[in-house]
Design a protein around this ligand. Sequence first.
Ligand code: VAH
Length: 324
Amino acid sequence: MANSSKKILVIGSSGQIGTELVEGLRQRFGTEAVVAGDIKEPQVKQEGPFVMVNAMDRHGIERILDKYGITEVYLLAALLSATAEKDPAFAWKLNMESLLIILELAREGRIQHVYWPSSIAVFGPSTPKDRTPQHTITEPSTVYGISKKAGEGWCNYYRHRYGVDVRSLRYPGLIGWKSAPGGGTTDYAVHIFHEAVKHGRYTSFLGPKSTLPMMYMPDAIRATIELMEAPAERITVHTAYNLAGISFSPEEIAAEVAKRIPGFVMDYAPDERQAYADSWPRSIDDGDARRDWGWQPRYDLPAMVEDMLRHLKPRLQASHKEHV
Ligand code: VAH
């Protein structure tokens, strides 16, 4: 077990990333070294401490820091792109207030290390769409993107002004089988698997040609832990690192699924999320992450589809039978 003095709090632990990150951190540092915290119960039953915590409740967070002797916080609580557009004012409040509380606690020396996720949603329609560079135009058109861009600015500010060790990644759309996604534009790429296994058919809310940057969850979790373990002197990007895995469109993932589920049919009914997808890049240049801390993705599209179905088929077929 590496570094036994480390005590981690994951805020937003019941979400899509949180569910898998808590598991990954516990494998690495031990079950008791990781406290999971959320306003919702966990999606799956996990060994280890769980606390109810609201990301905007500074006093509640302070009590947890003291009680468990927390040294490191992963702040994942946020409204994602589609949910945020339904209540922009609340999205801004949640996404910003929670970050400023954690950055302030770190400035006061009550937390030593902070992780906060950014997103490719910091980019907008005026950004170059292919192999989008680390440093380029960021004029997001969604409130989610605006909050991620502002958050990156705050992380950079707290690092330079106060020496706070806060690190961040611009995640692409994330796909995994252990947890459900929570209100993003890239959620279709998770739903497709569930519907393909259960019904052999899925209606995508993005059109067939909407290519977006995506990543399989095991790569995303490994990237997060590798970034946090990198020596401080290797970190040169204090806003958030570009991170690339796979880029694909709905019709491309549908074709991969159909190879493994014969007869699978994809229908298309684009909704308001199409506009958010259209504002984002098609692919990302993550050269800085590769150079600074050795980032390398492992999964391509066929490997991800294969692994997703290998895990989901037995699970969904078993629960389907229970309900019949
Ligand atoms: C969303 N999954 O769709 C998020 C994301 C790349 C976008 O950060 O809102």
